[in-house]
Write a protein that binds this ligand. Structure first.
Ligand SMILES: NC(=O)c1ccc[n+]([C@@H]2O[C@H](COP(=O)([O-])OP(=O)(O)OC[C@H]3O[C@@H](n4cnc5c(N)ncnc54)[C@H](OP(=O)(O)O)[C@@H]3O)[C@@H](O)[C@H]2O)c1
Length: 437
């Protein structure tokens, strides 16, 4: 049998401790599958005294993950610290430069430094595996990197943040407010004490930027993503969406257009009958649309110790199965040097259907004025209805418009016009409609 694969784990929190546990509990299974033992030889975290719920006595403890990453007595460095700078970045860079394979679950690090790290990995002929960084346990990186040769991706989109999907699912099922759902999510451990990163779309954007690079062969451009979170989604939106045959999801979408590549994260209306609309609670899903395959949807657990550990252990096993001298595939599907610069499509030229909810004074002529603003901007309406919403006074009414395909620029101009006309009693709500199978 080949020599054992020696694994050093840095970070023993939710994911790191689960990875150590799975490697221990499934040791015999992994040896059979990989043709060699996979052994955790060293571990590193901040607090050496903390009980990690797993026996780590056979592994050497190190305080400094960077020194650990460079040491010659490991074959794989597994970074589960988190963060886009500091110990995570320094240790991954040091490991790759020292010729160690790296496995990480760190989307923030890859979104910011992924291409630079890929260049080092490819130069040193080592693997940089990151399956757990996007959609946790769902094997989407492997699918896009290895199983789609010859396919040209036209669009990739998904539910990439379990916290947001949990909140939107409960708002719809129980008719409760965003704030109430968020509090519950925090109590149950589905949302952080400071939830901004999740609910304002940053976490989804990090993951989307990695998928965009894999889908379109472009350099990662995490700062060029149009982003809106879910904190202004109300019960009125959820109910109106339901009446119209839609469900609201926070989607990350990357799409090839004539003017460049769109990357956007925002609340989105998807047809209630579509497959992605059936993805509830903390579950994640990624849809990949290509010229040959059509639409593929992968769905499953996007976070949590075990699900994430499953992806990390899969990455470690791939390294255990690889043989010295074997040419490894490039980190982002194409050699890092061949990744093209990202050409951003302007959000103003985004084309699609729109849901517009307006709270207006109940006056004669308002309906006609709204319809005129739409026509003036060449927006064709699928429907315009006055919608009864509880809490309305006699003096105000809600008008819901659904447009046929139009542009973002036209919708913004029309809504600005309606606002200037002085008919609105509240901020207008605009939600994009996404085509989904
Ligand atoms: N949690 C999930 O469901 C999930 C899902 C997908 C991806 N991820 C990613 O996986 C990574 C880890 O997440 P997590 O949830 O496991 O985080 P976590 O529970 O906060 O654990 C972080 C670990 O890193 C250690 N650490 C922090 N700074 C360190 C340093 N300077 N040197 C050495 N160790 C250090 C901590 O040590 P102490 O324990 O001693 O404080 C802790 O063990 C992140 O990149 C995250 O984005 C997480």
């Amino acid at each position: 049998m080949a020599e054992a694969l020696r694994v050093g784990i840095a970070g023993l929190g939710t994911v790191g401790a689960s990875v150590a546990r799975v490697l221990r509990d499934k040791a015999a299974e992994l040896t059979r599958q990989c043709g060699r033992d996979v052994i955790v030889t060293t571990v590193s975290a901040r607090d050496p005294k903390r009980d990690r719920g797993v026996d780590l006595s056979a592994a050497k403890w190190f305080d400094d993950p960077i020194k650990r990453a460079q040491a010659a007595d490991i074959d794989v460095f597994v970074e589960l610290i988190g963060g886009d700078e500091g110990a995570a970045r320094a240790s991954v860079k040091a490991a790759l430069e020292a010729g160690r394979h790296v496995v990480t679950a760190n989307k923030a690090l890859l979104a910011k430094h992924g291409v630079a790290l890929a260049e080092i990995a490819e130069k040193r002929g080592v693997l940089l595996n990151y399956e757990a960084a996007v959609a946790g346990g769902i094997p989407v990186i492997k699918t896009m990197r290895e199983a789609m040769a010859g396919n040209s991706v036209t669009r990739v989109f998904g539910i990439l943040n379990g916290t947001c999907n949990y909140i939107l699912t409960r708002m719809e099922a129980e008719g409760i407010s965003f704030d109430e759902c968020l509090k519950d999510a925090q109590r149950l451990g589905y949302a952080e004490a400071d939830p901004t990163f999740d609910i304002e779309g940053h976490d989804t954007a990090h993951k989307l930027s990695i998928l965009t690079s894999l889908a379109f062969g472009t350099r990662i451009a995490a700062n060029d993503i149009y982003m809106e979170g879910i904190s202004n989604i109300s019960q009125a939106d959820i109910r109106a969406a339901g009446d119209l045959g839609y469900r609201i999801k926070l989607l990350g979408v990357a799409q090839r257009t004539d003017s460049g590549i769109e990357q956007r994260v925002h609340p989105t209306m998807v047809p209630t009958a579509s497959v992605i609309a059936q993805v509830h609670g903390v579950t994640n899903a990624v849809a990949i649309e290509t010229d040959i395959l059509g639409e593929l949807l992968l769905s499953g657990p996007g976070a949590g110790g075990n699900a994430t550990a499953s992806a990390v252990v899969g990455d470690i096993a791939d390294i255990a199965k690889s043989r010295p001298g074997f040419q490894h595939g490039p980190v982002f599907g194409l050699p890092a040097k061949e990744l093209r610069p990202y050409k951003k499509a302007q959000m103003r030229s985004h084309a699609g259907g729109y849901f517009i909810r307006l709270t207006v004074h109940d006056r004669i002529g308002v309906f006609a004025a709204i319809a005129k603003r739409m026509a003036d901007n060449d927006i064709s309406l699928e429907s315009i209805v006055q919608h009864a919403v509880s809490g309305e006074t006699d003096a105000q009414k809600t008008v819901i418009l659904v447009t046929h395909e139009t542009t973002e620029a036209a919708v913004r101009k029309a809504v600005d016009g309606i606002t200037k006309d002085g008919h609105l009693t509240d901020k207008p709500q605009v939600i994009r409609i996404e085509r989904a199978g």
